[in-house]
Every structure is written in C-alpha cells, then in structure tokens.
Design a protein around this ligand. Structure first.
Ligand code: NAP
Length: 494
C-alpha cells in the first residue's frame, strides 16, 4: 500500500487534494499539518475523510515546516489522537510524552537526513520500546549499500516496520521496503511538490512502477548506471511486466562509477535476477561478470547481466543485435533482401553506441566506415573492429547505403542540430539515428524530406530492452506496449 503525503498551506486545498487522491484510488493519506499556514484544525481535516489518515506535524529540525512552539505541536498530536485519527506520526524522542488512546495507531518515527548511521540497530531497538504499532525509520543513503542495510532491518523486524533511504541513491528502497515486509511506503501528491529527498509521486508509483503488484514474491530487476534519474528503462520494462502478467519490478539503481563491484556484492542479498547496465558501467561490468558471451568478448562492453541458476552472472550485449535487427527490419520493408553484406555503412561517432553498431555491421560483413570528431578515438575503434575510418570533415564526401548517427547531436534540447547535412545524403540512403529523444530528430526529418527511408532511435532502444526482457523472463516481449511506453515517457520528460 502507498501512503500519499499532502502538504498544503490551506485547509481547503489539503481537503481537496485528499478527495482527489481518494478518487484516484489512494487508500491512505498523510496530512502534513506542519505545512498549514494557520493553526491546524484537526477536526475539520478528519471530518468526512475519504480515506484513513496519518496526522504528521514535522518540526524544523526534521525538515518540517512547523513554526510554532514544541508544546503546541505536541498538543496537536494529542488532539489528533483524541479526534480519532487512524494513525499519528510521533518522533521517537517525544514518544513517551504522547500517550496511547483509543484506536489511533502510533507510528514511531526517526529520520536522519545526513546518513544511515552505524548504530541503526540500536536506534531501532530503542524505538521498539516506545509502544509502537508501526516503526518508521528513514535515513539518507550515501551509497547504494545503505539501502540494503535498512531493508535487512525491515526484513528481520518483528514489529511492522517502514524503512527506506532518502536521496537518489535510496530511491529503490522506497519501493522495495514493501517487498521485505513494510506495511506501506510513502509517495507525494505531485512530483512538483516533494516533501522529502528522492520521494516519488503517487502517479509515478502507479504509472511507472505499477506498484500495486509488489509483494514478497515479486522478482526484482533494474538498471545500474549513473545518472539513472531520467532513465526510461523502468517505464518500459515495468509496462512490459504488467502487460505480460509477470510479478516483477524493475528499478533504477544509481551506482557511482567507482562503486560497481561493492554494490553488486551487497545487492546479492536482494536476490536480483537481472540488470540492464548503462553509462558508466558497460565496460567494467563486462570485466566483472563470471561469464561473457561472444558479443561481449568481441565488444568489451555489456548492457545486460543475467543470473544463471547457479548464481553466476553472465554478461551479454543487446545493443548490438537491437541495432542490427532494426536495420534488417527496415531493409526488408524497403527491398527484397534484408542482408547487410557488402552494404556501405557510415557510422558517425566513436563511443559506446558506435562500437556496438559498427561491431554488429562488421560481423554482418557490411563495408563499414567510422567517422568521429576526435580522430584518434575513431581510428582506434576502426582498427579494433577492422573497418575503415574517415576524418570528421570528410564525412559528407562518403557514399553510403546506410548512415548511422551514434553521436548525441540532435538530442533534446539540441533539437535544431544535425550531425550530417541533408545535401550529403544519397537519394536512397537508409538513415538510422540512434538518438531517441526526440523520435523525429532534425536528421530524420531532413532525410524524410529527401525521400530517404529512416529508422529512429526508438526502434533500437525498444529492441534492446525487449531482448533483455526475453532473457529476464523467458517470454516474448510485448514490443508494441514497450514502444508506446517509451513514447509516453519521452513526451513526459520534455
Ligand atoms: P559516448 O560513448 O559518450 O560517445 C559519444 C560519441 O559522440 C563520441 O564519439 C563523441 O565524440 C561524439 N560526439 C559527442 N558530441 C558530439 C558533437 N557535438 N559532434 C560530434 N560528435 C560528438 O555515448 P554513446 O553511449 O555512444 O551514446 C551516443 C548516443 O547514442 C546517445 O546520445 C544516444 O542518443 C544514442 N544511443 C541510443 C541508443 C538506443 O538504444 N537508441 C543506445 C545507446 C546510445 P568524442 O569521441 O570526441 O567524445
């Protein structure tokens, strides 16, 4: 279950938001009465409430907005209990001053906005002695391992315990705590008004994560990267799980560049079955894996980690087959053959995407030329893959059957840029832009105007995710559902 926090300065607005949330299916709402600009009228807030409520009045030292004195604050908490609130949030240091009364359940809470302290267990034991119905222990994650420490505590708790980490590094724990036994987790009414660092909105919980499915049997997958805050992978993988009726959750795990090995070790406890891997970990994960498939051996980079039945990690790369499948599908539509053999391909860029695309094309016996703005990087890549290289300033002089943009040029917000002049395009050059935000880049638009066939980066992105989904689950991926979810996500982030 999700408890949605409401923080408004006016009673009228708090009541309206509460009603709106109930209409959208919220089952529990936290009223942050410290946000109200006037003295909280608890009876007004509780009368005719459309869902059960938690009354919380956070003081400044806990990052709340309460401006009155402490006696007044405790009086408000007592009056919420007398008024019959379903739950009242009581900080551990004042718990002894707020006695139990009636049916109101006591949430004994402790927040640490700086760290996940070493004495977590001691703090927790102290909270157990404060007559709690529910314990809420929330700390700041300063590394990915902090979340695991808190979730272990939740899993072993004898009293119902809500425990998660704040901050981007702790985001996954906000969802995972329910799998490990928390009676509910917290979300905010709107992503524009978060009440704590890293908090997700009720809509994100439902739309991106399909949170209502999460329980003790839920399998866990995720993406390892830094940054991952704007990754669209959770949106499309969770949409695919929900559509296929698979009880699984896909999460973003922000892992700093120097923390991969330690994170993978500590995440073993979470029993994660598979990862997508993105920048900056694609190369290091290939090194760390127990087993590397042929593509990873060839490219030295992986975008997927799969757990084998005996617990080993296999690294694979779905970017390469996704790019080649996208090209073959477009060739098939446009001509009688989908063979890439002998086709003249010009690959722009010399980074990770170029490596996967050019590597796949070389393996398919295409005639590949790489062109990058940093000449040395492009010529090193060409030497490694055994293909041609041309200077960036000469890229327009190359005749190409297929042009593939593997640079970020044209990506949002630089949508008025293109890495290739339209007059350089041949009459029937197949133009593949790996950029997927926007779907119709300037390069794609100009190519269409010249009558050239095109492939957008959406195709490759969806196909690499679909191949991961198939490896994760052993089931066919719902390609159209994933494509639509990606399009929805792209329009939402702009
Ligand atoms: P990367 O490893 O950082 O490589 C980027 C390449 O683009 C480098 O060669 C870089 O040149 C070049 N570049 C950057 N800015 C440029 C500019 N203004 N003009 C000319 N060249 C420029 O990144 P990546 O992982 O390969 O990703 C590149 C792009 O591919 C991403 O932005 C994304 O849009 C796309 N992509 C799409 C998918 C998909 O599934 N559709 C998957 C992966 C990537 P230097 O060598 O000089 O730095």
């Amino acid at each position: 279950m999700i408890c949605v926090s409401i923080g408004r300065t006016r009673h009228k607005m708090a009541l309206a938001e509460h009603r709106a949330l109930a209409d959208r299916g919220a089952q529990l709402v936290e009223l942050r009465v410290d946000w109200l600009s006037r003295t909280p009228d608890i009876n007004r807030l509780l009368a005719d409430r459309p869902t059960p409520v938690v009354i919380t009045c956070r003081r400044g030292s806990d990052k709340g907005r309460w401006g009155g004195d402490e006696d007044q604050r405790q009086t408000i908490l007592r009056s919420a209990i007398v008024g019959g609130a379903d739950y009242v949030d009581i900080e551990d240091d004042i718990a002894k001053a707020i006695p139990r009364y009636g049916d109101t359940q006591r949430i004994i809470s402790h927040h640490n906005f700086d760290e996940t302290p070493d004495d977590l267990e001691e703090i927790y034991q102290g909270m157990c002695d404060l007559d709690p119905d529910i314990i809420k222990l929330v700390t700041m994650a300063n590394n990915p391992q902090d979340s695991v420490r808190l979730l272990k505590l939740v899993a072993s708790a004898e009293i119902p315990t809500i425990g998660f980490c704040m901050g981007e590094l702790g985001l996954a724990s906000r969802l995972l705590c329910v799998k490990y036994g928390s009676p509910f987790t917290y979300a905010t009414f709107s992503s524009e008004r978060t009440l704590a660092p890293g908090q997700l909105s009720f809509e994100e919980m439902n739309r991106t994560y399909h949170f209502d499915r999460v329980g003790s049997d839920t399998r866990i997958f995720g993406v390892l990267g830094d940054p991952v805050g704007h990754s669209l992978s959770p949106l499309i993988h969770n949409a695919a799980f929900a559509d296929s009726g698979i009880n699984a959750l896909y999460l973003p795990f922000r892992v700093p560049s120097d923390g991969l090995e330690q994170t993978l070790e500590s995440f073993e406890w979470l029993g994660i079955d598979g990862y997508s891997v993105t920048i900056p970990h694609k190369e290091s994960v290939a090194e760390l894996a127990d087993i590397r498939d042929e593509t990873v051996e060839h490219l030295g980079a992986a975008n997927t980690l799969l757990r084998t039945p005996d617990g080993a990690w296999t690294a694979t790369n779905t970017d390469l087959p996704a790019a080649i499948d996208s090209l073959r599908a477009a060739l098939e539509e446009d001509s009688s053959t989908k063979s890439l053999k002998g086709r003249k391909c010009l690959v722009l860029g010399a980074g990770g995407a170029a490596r996967a695309v050019a590597g796949g094309l070389v393996a398919a016996d295409a005639a590949v030329t790489v062109s990058g703005r940093t000449r040395q990087r492009a010529s090193d890549l060409a030497a490694e893959l055994v293909c041609q290289e041309t200077g960036w300033e000469n890229r327009g002089a190359q005749f190409a059957d297929i042009l593939i943009n593997c640079t970020p040029v044209g990506m949002h917000p630089g949508v008025d840029e293109s890495p290739f002049q339209p007059q350089w395009l041949g009459d029937n050059t197949l133009v593949f832009d790996t950029v997927y935000n926007p779907e119709n880049t300037l390069l794609i638009k100009q190519a269409r105007e010249r009558g050239c066939p095109t492939i957008s980066g959406i195709e490759m992105f969806v196909r690499q995710a679909a191949l991961q989904f198939e490896r994760f689950t052993g089931q066919m991926a719902p390609l159209e559902v994933m494509r639509e979810a990606l399009r929805r996500g792209i329009s939402a982030v702009r």
